[in-house]
Design a binder for this molecule. Structure first.
Ligand code: GDP
Length: 460
């Protein structure tokens, strides 16, 4: 169906992903708004050339997916009461249709001049489940446990490990202990993801982002202290955990990859690079691993049998470091260079090829503006905006109304230096409120570059 629909009406299926809080909801809302309102997007060539006639929302093609809450998100970002919308918690979709004047004479006469863009928003945590497709429960358990016994993870895993010590794979299967293990394991994963630690690679994805599986028995499993080749007797705890893990892979991971992921043909991956840098070397290394896994998923997306059946494959992937507005503009290129280096490393590690890959630093909604502050005769390049109520800067607590200029700190001169992790909290982040807009459109940083890369060539 996808294939025949693609012939009659050209369609871009654009996946938007990234770990939780990386900026997916804000990005999609800003992207759709900028296109619908035909904001000034100089790098988006078709629009700059005046070839885009009309852009509007249409009913989405897949009835089995929730609709992306565009209107509700937009309403939250506007007016005196404005605030950031709720983050992505599950998969959703939105269809935009563009009517445009084709570039060539022939196309102008015969071409349809219509393009559908189906935006699919989904948690990056789900994408990091890909390695589970080729791992047995025993292999996954052993690897997960080894990971939890190294670096900053060890301390965070303490309570879960204490419980694990009273379990064994041979003991009789027992539901309450299994559920307790799953609960403590999830708490451990959440602690790894928290702001101070900012670790990225934490499958199974639904433990952090359950979507509609909250409380489901599909999530009532956890690793046990087993060897990669251990076999379990029937009726044992090991056998119960193994069965649940296999169900998770069969009923959650596979349908997501084959039903949704394999049907995308463009992809943007949003990355909160600054939080990882700020959390130190362990977080940066974890982000490296996660990006290599993401690349692995795209390699699969480019080669699977489904792509032959559907005639689709992911042919362009954009990695974007979000919230660039939290840095001074002198640092935007540095942020981009850091992400580019991370992406290069990840593609080499995952032996990824076949799709065009790019990296950029952006801010979908720019909450700050540039400012210069002079202190003791020295000038500092700062950013100014309205910090959210309760944010504290140098001992001063903000009320959510007053504007402040802050010096966010500078990124190291070279990307290689930055990837060693910054000195303890070298960057100063403050949560700013969304900007109060006077005109129709939000200020942004390089959103138009992202649009041109992702859809520019689909408007021939
Ligand atoms: P999601 O979990 O990937 O859907 O993340 P969201 O889109 O909800 O973004 C998480 C938070 O990051 C938001 O609530 C904002 O506080 C912040 N954020 C996202 N995009 C931007 C941006 O462009 N600029 C700034 N200053 N903050 C942003």
């Amino acid at each position: 169906m996808d294939f025949t629909a693609g012939i009659t009406e050209p369609t871009v299926r654009l996946g938007v992903t990234g770990l939780s809080r990386s900026g997916k909801t804000v990005f999609i809302t800003a992207l759709v708004h900028a296109l619908l309102k035909q904001s000034r997007l100089p790098v988006f060539e078709a629009q700059a050339e005046g070839r885009v006639r009309r852009i509007y929302l249409e009913p989405q093609p897949n009835d089995d997916l929730p609709r992306f809450a565009y209107e509700q998100n937009l309403a939250k970002l506007m007016g005196d009461n404005r605030h950031w919308p709720d983050s992505t918690r599950q998969i959703s979709q939105l269809r935009l249709t563009l009517e445009y004047v084709p570039e060539s004479f022939v196309a102008r006469n015969f071409g349809s001049g219509r393009l559908h863009i189906d935006i699919v928003d989904y948690p990056g945590e789900w994408l990091l489940d890909l390695p589970l497709l080729s791992q047995t429960y025993q292999q996954w358990s052993a690897a997960t446990l080894a990971g939890s016994r190294s670096g900053p993870r060890t301390a965070l895993a303490k309570i879960w490990h204490d419980h694990l010590a009273i379990l064994s794979a041979e003991m009789p299967a027992e539901e309450l202990s299994a559920m307790k293990a799953a609960e403590l394991f999830s708490t451990y994963l959440r602690a790894c993801r928290s702001q101070q630690t900012a670790l990225s690679s934490l499958p199974p994805g639904r433990f952090l982002m359950p979507g509609d599986l909250e409380g489901s028995p599909l999530l009532a499993f956890a690793p046990l202290d087993v060897t990669p080749n251990q076999e379990f007797n029937s009726g044992s705890m090991g056998a119960l955990m193994e069965r649940r893990y296999n169900s998770y892979v069969a009923h959650v991971v596979k349908p997501f990859f084959y039903g949704h992921f394999a049907r995308l043909n463009r992809q943007i991956v949003l990355v909160d690079v600054m939080s990882a840098l700020n959390a130190g070397e362990a977080a940066v290394n974890d982000l490296r691993m996660a990006l290599a896994d993401v690349m692995g998923a795209f390699r699969m997306g480019a080669n699977t049998l489904t792509t032959h059946l559907f005639g689709r494959r992911i042919d362009k992937v954009l990695f974007a470091a979000t919230k660039a507005d939290l840095l001074n503009q002198n640092d935007h290129d540095k942020l981009e260079a850091i992400l580019r280096l991370l992406v290069q490393e990840a593609s080499a590690k995952a032996e990824f090829s076949g799709a065009k890959v790019d990296a950029l630093a952006l801010s979908a909604i720019r909450a700050t503006r540039e400012a210069t502050v002079t202190q003791k005769g020295q000038e500092f390049s700062c950013i100014a905006g309205i910090p959210e109520a309760g944010e504290v800067i140098s001992g001063q607590t903000f009320d959510g109304e007053k504007e402040a200029a802050i010096f966010p700190g500078d990124l190291p001169l070279t990307p290689a230096l930055a990837l060693k992790g910054l000195q303890q909290s070298a960057l100063h982040f403050v949560k700013f409120r969304p900007p109060l807009i006077s005109g129709e459109t939000f200020p942004h940083i390089r959103l138009d570059r992202a649009i041109e890369f992702l859809i520019g060539d689909s408007l021939p």
